[in-house]
Design a protein around this ligand. Structure first.
Ligand code: ZEM
Length: 299
């Protein structure tokens, strides 16, 4: 019997080669369109994949349990969750592939977009499985499940990543720190401002090194409470990011990942893949797929 806090993925999926084609289409568009921020839509695609997955609550057996399965961020109601501000850009970037590959669900498209972005931005290979199905408006998850960056306690971060999503301390540190190696905050989206690292279009363990090595001070500005590095004043940390340094149980993993990039990337690949599959049961016949990058294909 299937537990009621998970949904069953469709077993009728296309062969691997078909998904590699979609991956290549997304990757080519990423390469061609560089008119965003630091020159890549990759970071915002990663954020979309995370936000469509991160609404999952393992304690919720209702139709509003969240997670990437149902593709409900296509509804205005979910786009209006304040935590989703700024993600329409990513949805619009991927929309042409929904038109071109009409049998692909939004959940599959948005998670594949995140996988593609990570790999094309020099990140590790992320195993991915298809079979999510679009569900209706009544499957939109409640607001306030995605984390609120202004909270500065370990208890709060764990309430999201452990109690609802079922990740360990080590896994949450890995997810947040590698995720925030990428991209930046936008005043017109979240109200926060700036990038976390000097290479926001590359998947690295730099977040961990910077968090430990820099002297982080509250930024002096009219905006939201955020931290800035004392040496260049060009980088940022959110209050929730600072918790990873202040909480000793989190900090030991920050130290581990700052020292060991290889382990950091291997752990991230595993945990990000599982994040995208929260709340979904895949049939045994659907084997995890690992896509080649454009570079590996000589494209
Ligand atoms: Zn983020 N994130 N995130 N994150 N995130 C932002 C941007 C990005 C939190 C958060 O409030 C914010 C994870 C975890 C958490 C990315 C990936 C991942 C922004 C800025 C905020 C405020 C949005 C804006 O203004 O455009 C909080 C509180 C988190 C946990 C405690 C995890 C996990 C991620 C992936 C693994 C990425 C890539 C961005 C950059 C987006 C962009 O547009 O550049």
């Amino acid at each position: 019997l299937l537990a009621t806090n998970v949904r069953e993925a469709s077993a009728s999926v296309k062969p691997f080669e078909e998904y590699q084609k979609i991956y290549n289409d997304i990757a080519e568009k990423l390469r061609e369109e560089d008119d965003r921020d630091d020159g890549s839509y990759g970071p915002v695609l990663v954020r979309l994949a995370w936000h469509c997955s991160g609404t999952y609550d393992q304690n919720d057996s209702s139709q509003n349990k969240g997670g990437s399965y149902a593709g409900t961020m296509r509804f205005q109601k979910e786009q209006d969750d304040p935590e989703n501000a700024g993600l329409k850009v990513a949805q619009d970037f991927l929309e042409p592939f929904k038109t071109k590959y009409s049998s692909l669900s939004y959940g599959d498209l948005w998670t594949l977009g995140g996988v593609c972005a990570i790999q094309e931005l020099n990140g590790p290979k992320i195993k991915w499985r298809p079979g999510r199905k679009d569900l209706g408006l009544d499957a939109v998850p409640p607001y306030h499940r995605l984390p609120d960056a202004s909270q500065e306690t370990g208890e709060y971060v764990r309430s999201v990543f452990n109690s609802r999503l079922g990740f360990t301390d080590q896994e949450m540190v890995c997810l947040i720190g590698v995720g925030h190696a990428l991209g930046r905050c936008h005043v017109d989206a979240s109200g926060y401002d700036g990038p976390w690292t000097f290479s926001p279009t590359m998947v690295t363990n730099d977040f961990f090194k910077l968090l430990l090595d820099e002297d982080w001070k509250i930024r002096d500005w009219d905006g939201k409470r955020q931290y800035t590095d004392s040496s260049t004043k060009s980088l940022m940390m959110l209050p929730t990011d600072m918790v990873l340094k202040k909480d000793s149980k989190f900090r030991k993993y920050v130290e581990l990942y700052a020292k060991d990039e290889e382990k950091c990337m291997a752990d991230f690949a595993d945990v990000f893949s599982r994040l995208l599959e929260r709340g979904i049961k895949f049939p045994d016949s659907t084997k995890p797929m690992v896509f080649k990058t454009l570079e590996e294909q000589g494209l």
